[in-house]
Design a protein around this ligand. Structure first.
Ligand SMILES: [Zn+2]
Length: 397
């Protein structure tokens, strides 16, 4: 038995499925039912698909049997390189996080130090899970800076100083024995929320990451829209305050300069005269502190203004608010909703729903794993007919 185009078609259909009956598979692939059945049986024998009995009986017949990817037929590693943290996760093919974590790092730590740290954590994680490395499909990495395509250069400037002059893909491939895929953190967050969080099943989605960097990940017609050079979604540099503070990009009054969590905390620090961390500001909001709530709501108004322009342009169904500022919760959400309603074209604004991130600080690292899972059918098909490899811990023998 050898892999064929038909095996790939069936794997791709099931991957998009995510659970399909054999007649549904025939319809989606355009293959005949006998062909689909033969291919599905081979994929089951190779350990790549599994059959599940699902749902109520239809009439007097047997309950429908649905095909799905076998979750433990492959694993994806997600990495998240932020300004002051690194994160990692190991997911199965269903996108379930089996292990992961997050470490604070110094903002000026070198790329090499951060890669070494996270590689050690991943190796320990795979070992603890008893995942054989041959079942790892690849590494996805979310980078907290724009990535120029196809050159693969990171615009690290003030965001990831330790990465200046480092091309992430070769640097990661030199340390990991797996294929590496990359995207910036806002795009990864969009993919994470769409696959596993607040945007599940939504084909037109904008994820707004309100962190040290402010940016948006755009999902248009079910696919990530990255633009001509891979840098679409730089909503953080929309001018929202004429003559406002100077931004790191050199312009004045950019959204990032006035509504990043650090910028909002700095306002409170000026008002209160005591040092104010982002974490403390979020605590104050949760405790109902009027000044903190006002500062977050004012930032939300400015976010909403910038988002309204995006809403007019793209007509998304859902806006997901992520990043540390989203931890402020309803205060931020309400302000953004009001500003979008005020500043976007009313009929367009009426069709969009603004939601808070469901994955929180995990959105980017899970999205990085989703980058790998998107390639699962192509990577799995090479295993058709090969001896089944399984995690050592779940071996039946
Ligand atoms: Zn700017």
């Amino acid at each position: 038995m050898r892999e064929t185009r038909n095996h790939l078609l069936v794997l791709e259909a099931v991957h998009a499925g995510p659970e399909l009956s054999r007649p549904e598979l025939a319809q989606r692939t355009g293959l005949s039912r006998p062909t689909v059945s033969g291919v599905a049986d081979e994929l089951i024998a190779s350990g790549l698909l599994e059959e599940r009995v699902s749902g109520p009986r239809r009439g007097t017949g047997r309950p429908p049997r649905l095909l799905a990817l076998a979750p433990q037929a492959g694993y994806a590693i997600g990495l998240d390189f932020g300004r002051d943290h690194v994160g990692w996760v190991v997911c199965d093919l269903a996108g379930t996080a089996l292990a992961g974590g997050r470490r604070e790092v110094a903002a000026d730590a070198s790329a090499a130090e951060n890669i070494e740290l996270v590689a050690g954590l991943v190796e320990d994680g795979l070992e603890a899970l008893a995942v054989p490395t041959e079942l790892v499909l690849g590494v996805g990495a979310a980078m907290a800076a724009p990535i120029d395509r196809p050159a693969g250069e990171l615009h690290a400037d003030n965001l990831l100083p330790g990465w200046a002059g480092v091309r992430p893909q070769p640097a990661l491939e030199a340390r990991f024995d797996f294929p590496v895929v990359l995207d910036n953190d806002a795009n990864a967050g969009a993919l994470g929320e769409r696959a596993l969080g607040a945007g599940a099943g939504v084909d037109d989605l904008v994820y707004v990451r309100l962190s040290t960097g402010v940016g948006a990940g755009l999902v248009v017609g079910g696919a990530l829209y990255t633009g001509g050079a891979g840098m679409a979604g730089e909503i953080g540099h929309a001018t929202v305050v004429e003559g406002g503070p100077i931004c790191r990009c050199g312009n004045r009054g950019c959204l990032e300069a006035v509504a990043s969590p650090v910028a909002v905390a700095a306002l409170l620090e000026t008002a209160g005269g005591e040092p104010m961390s982002v974490a403390r500001m979020i605590e104050l909001v949760a405790a109902g502190d009027r000044g903190a709530m006002r500062a977050v709501a004012d930032a939300g108004e400015l976010v909403g203004r910038a988002v309204a322009a995006t809403v007019n342009l793209l007509n998304p169904r859902v806006i997901v608010l992520g990043g540390e500022l989203a931890q402020a919760g309803e205060v931020l959400l309400d302000a953004v909703v009001r500003a979008v309603a005020r500043h976007a074209s009313p009929p367009v604004a009426a069709t969009v729903e603004v939601r808070l991130s469901a994955l929180g600080e995990q959105a980017e690292v899970l999205g990085a794993a989703v980058l790998v899972l998107a390639e699962a059918p192509r990577r799995l098909v090479a295993r058709v007919g090969a001896t089944q490899a399984r995690p050592r811990s779940s071996s039946a023998t």
